[in-house]
Write a protein that binds this ligand. Sequence first.
Ligand SMILES: NC(=O)c1ccc[n+]([C@@H]2O[C@H](COP(=O)([O-])OP(=O)(O)OC[C@H]3O[C@@H](n4cnc5c(N)ncnc54)[C@H](OP(=O)(O)O)[C@@H]3O)[C@@H](O)[C@H]2O)c1
Length: 271
Amino acid sequence: MEKDPYDLRGKVAMVTGGSRGIGRHLAIFLAKRGVSVAVGSRNLEECEKVVREILAKGEEAQAFFLDVSDPKSISRMVQGVLAWKGRVDILINNAGTNVRKPALDFSEEEWDLIMDTNLKGAFFCAQEVARAMIRGGGGKILNVSSAAGGMPVPWLAPYSISKAGLNQMTRILALEWARYNIRVNAIAPSYIETPLTREWLKDPKRYEMLTKRSPMRRLGTLSDLEGAVLLLVSDASAFITGQVIFIDGGSSAGWALDWERSSQGEKGGDS
Ligand SMILES: NC(=O)c1ccc[n+]([C@@H]2O[C@H](COP(=O)([O-])OP(=O)(O)OC[C@H]3O[C@@H](n4cnc5c(N)ncnc54)[C@H](OP(=O)(O)O)[C@@H]3O)[C@@H](O)[C@H]2O)c1
């Protein structure tokens, strides 16, 4: 029988920032497809909850303490995963943080926190896992970037800059590691309701403004990420590397059309 290129059964994945939000969702999503998942974050207790949820469904998972801003902590988690399963096939490089304020008001501490988590952390996770992947014959690295990495967003200076850097890192590592059979890609979601964005999206005016700005007239959901993730971490994307896939309902394609005005016969878009 022909092998299903989307089949992930028996693979081993490491998910950074797996305690909540997107990381938690993707850890459970992969486990449902038969992947053994190592769930890491600074909150071991929350990671253990995610692991219990996975174990209760009869799949395999293990929790690890991980602070991605500390390369020693990354190394300890990767060694732990290797001691547990002997290899890492998939890295979901997801841990991330954000501070929202005008560029004039950022402190050095805030800049360092965002960069050390979103960019330095992602780089050293990729480096440490790649070393193990090279020994194991290859693997897939998926960076969780952001729509804000492609489009500059005011009040998100360090975040937006860190994600633009992550996109460039995705391409550079893809070029360097193709020879080792390691593919490196990224997803770049727009707003999705998670603990990171929940408070901010609570304002009804802001919510309306953001949905109106979206060509598909809605924000993203966690399940909107699943298709691209499955594609990029499976053999279905065997010839895709160095790519950033925007999961944003078309926002990065251009200006959203005003549905009401255009249905009344007005032309869309100004020039
Ligand atoms: N939600 C959105 O709208 C959206 C859109 C685009 C991109 N993203 C990206 O998606 C990723 C996840 O975001 P989210 O919305 O799920 O946010 P979230 O709910 O706040 O979750 C962030 C995760 O990152 C972990 N984390 C933060 N700092 C860490 C560190 N130093 N070491 C290890 N883990 C760390 C947190 O775990 P602990 O606190 O337990 O350590 C948590 O599990 C981020 O990279 C974010 O930039 C989110």
